[in-house]
Design a protein around this ligand. Structure first.
Ligand SMILES: Nc1ncnc2c1ncn2[C@@H]1O[C@H](COP(=O)(O)OP(=O)(O)OP(=O)(O)O)[C@@H](O)[C@H]1O
Length: 326
């Protein structure tokens, strides 16, 4: 369904100068830096999968999604969605894809929700009976009826997100891009969105690529995760495999008082180290207090924290400790 090979996107930005008059020098200079937002990324997504696309801020997630959605042209590499190159055949492409950006709506701000949906039905040429059927289904599943006649600008964030989801799926796309679909929602509203996404995936076979910072979304929906950082794909596999590889142990993240080269401590293994920071992993049956005591006896420690091997902790440790770079 999605085939991405050696995909890269580089942006050229004015070189930033620091110091006194830095802003003026930045403004006047003709020098440029290259931001490698996405760098040599390859993956495939099969029909019917839900894949979590994760990474810290600025990792390259949105840039990848924008290329997949045909909104950005890659610098190099190839990309096909359903056999179509998105930015070359926008019309053929959008017919089969739905996109929901949590941060902004695709609906018309001043129109009642129902009119936005009808307008989209016309734009996508959804046959009338199919439109009515989908509207009925989504109204039930997403409980839209209380606000179908309200203008989008008057909706709560949760209501707007539900309306956006219905809008993205009205034309029966086979693929759905969800970019932070639960951002800013309360627990109940988040769960409703997750339930709906799981339902359309199960009953309609809709393939979903999900970008989120909320790992409960991933835990609930995605069996497979891809992790990107600094534009590079660091992990692609089952969530369970990621947790088995990095989650089986607890991690001790240490900040030393001074730079330490190759720190060691009995009972824990060094996962990564970078001047004053180091990450150690240790087994569940080893006491954290013992490892900490041994460490502080040997080195000056400014700060430390123990990370439990839950999904949240595991993935945060991966981002912070660069575990996958190791
Ligand atoms: N149009 C642009 N021009 C220049 N640089 C850009 C542009 N778009 C993105 N970047 C840079 O590319 C890198 C990747 O950005 P991107 O928005 O893809 O990250 P992200 O993983 O989606 O982050 P977030 O979780 O914060 O949304 C960042 O360094 C960003 O500043």
């Amino acid at each position: 369904m999605i085939e991405v090979e050696h995909l890269s996107k580089h942006f050229t930005v004015p070189k930033r100068h620091g110091g006194r008059l830095g802003a003026l020098r930045t403004f006047l200079s003709r020098e440029h830096d290259v931001v490698r937002a996405v760098s040599d990324v390859s993956f495939k997504v099969e029909r019917g999968e839900i894949v979590g696309y994760l990474g810290p801020n600025g990792a390259g997630k949105s840039t990848t999604i924008k290329m997949l959605a045909g909104l950005l042209v890659p610098t190099s590499g190839t990309l096909q969605v359903n056999g179509v190159v998105p930015w070359r055949s926008r019309r053929a492409f959008v017919a089969n894809v739905g996109v929901v950006f949590g941060q902004r709506t695709t609906l018309w701000w001043d129109l009642p929700v129902i009119e936005s949906l009808e307008l989209l039905g016309h734009i996508y040429r959804v046959p009338k009976p199919r439109f009515e059927e989908n509207l009925k289904t989504f109204t039930e599943l997403l409980a839209l009826d209380g606000f179908l006649n309200s203008p989008v600008r008057s909706l709560s964030l949760g209501q707007r997100m539900r309306a956006d989801l219905a809008a993205a799926l009205l034309h029966d796309p086979e693929l759905l891009f969800l970019d932070e679909p639960t951002i800013g929602l309360d627990v109940v509203a988040k769960e409703r969105i997750r339930e709906f996404v799981a339902h359309v995936n199960e009953t309609r076979g809709v393939t979903v690529l999900l970008t989120t910072h909320d790992l409960a979304d991933v835990e609930r929906l995605a069996r497979r995760v891809m992790i990107i950082d600094h534009g590079q794909l660091l992990f692609d596999g089952k969530l369970a495999a990621l947790l088995a590889r990095f989650g089986g142990e607890r991690h001790l993240v240490v900040e030393f008082a001074e730079p330490v080269a190759d720190p060691t401590v009995e009972g824990a293994r060094l996962v990564s180290s970078d001047s004053v920071r180091a990450v150690f992993a240790f087994r569940q049956d080893v006491s954290a207090a013992t490892v900490i005591a041994r460490l502080s006896a040997r080195y000056g420690v400014r700060d430390l924290s123990v990370k439990e091997p839950d999904i949240e902790g595991t993935i945060r440790a991966i981002y912070e400790g660069g575990l996958l770079h190791a």
